[in-house]
Write a protein that binds this ligand. Structure first.
Ligand SMILES: *Cc1c(COP(=O)(O)O)cnc(C)c1O
Length: 228
């Protein structure tokens, strides 16, 4: 039973890696420029362990409260934890102390708290700015025209390392928001910001996101199965 279940996750990972490789090659991109982030929200440490055994190293969590016990339970020094959920001010310390990356910084106050709370013995926290790329009222994210100012401010914070942009477009909105995010990153680079990461694409749309330039796909259900 347990072995079969582990095998499922391993098989799913193989399928997802194939799709990433195929999408990259179709787009004329190098597959090794794309990092697969396994989104483990609602999943158990045993699920994560199964993915780890199948070679997965980068994991994404949405809620600090849920993530911390899992991070503590998994003792592999080469695991890389990405925070990808909405950030409440009272959770910044947990994120600053326990994660390697945070994809969802969308305002200066949060960036400053993370910078202040990042422990001195750890390397800078890797940061993406979440952009509300399709002006979805229900969603958090910096509005595109304010991204340059926020990016400049983050660049000056010594315990943060600005890496790129992240977006969660509305379902079934096709390739356009991914191209818009890539275009925004391009114009910020032209203006002098160093950005090498584009966090976009999930189980249903990773191929479209990769075609548009994604370097970090965040994939949950295609690896771990549907969430309750
Ligand atoms: C849940 C989640 C994902 C993964 O979604 P799937 O459709 O299960 O692949 C990716 N990104 C974010 C921000 C999420 O919250």
């Amino acid at each position: 039973m347990w072995l079969k279940y582990m095998q499922n996750i391993a098989d799913n990972l193989t399928q997802v890696r194939r799709l990433i490789q195929h999408s990259a090659q179709t787009a004329g991109r190098n597959p090794s420029d794309i990092t697969l982030l396994a989104v483990s929200k609602t999943k158990t440490p045993a699920d994560i362990e199964a993915a780890y055994a199948a070679g997965q190293r980068d994991f994404g969590e949405n809620y600090a409260q849920e993530a911390l016990p899992k991070i503590a339970a998994l003792n592999h020094p080469d695991l890389v934890w990405h925070f990808i959920g909405p950030i409440q001010s009272n959770k910044t310390r947990d994120i600053a102390e326990h994660f390697h990356w945070v994809h969802t910084v969308d305002r200066l106050k949060i960036a400053e708290r993370l910078n202040h709370q990042r422990p001195a013995h750890l390397p800078p926290l890797q940061v993406c700015i979440q952009v509300n790329i399709d002006a979805d009222e229900a969603k958090s994210g910096c509005i595109p025209t304010e991204t340059a100012v926020l990016g400049e401010a983050i660049r000056r914070l010594p315990n943060l390392h600005l890496r790129g942009l992240m977006a969660i477009p509305q379902e079934n909105s096709g390739a356009q928001p991914f191209h818009d995010l890539a275009q925004l990153a391009h114009s910020l680079r032209r203006d002098g910001l160093m950005l090498d990461a584009l966090s976009m694409g999930m189980s249903a749309d990773m191929a479209l996101a990769i075609a548009a330039g994604s370097t970090l796909v965040r994939v949950g259900s295609a690896i771990f199965g549907a969430r309750r």
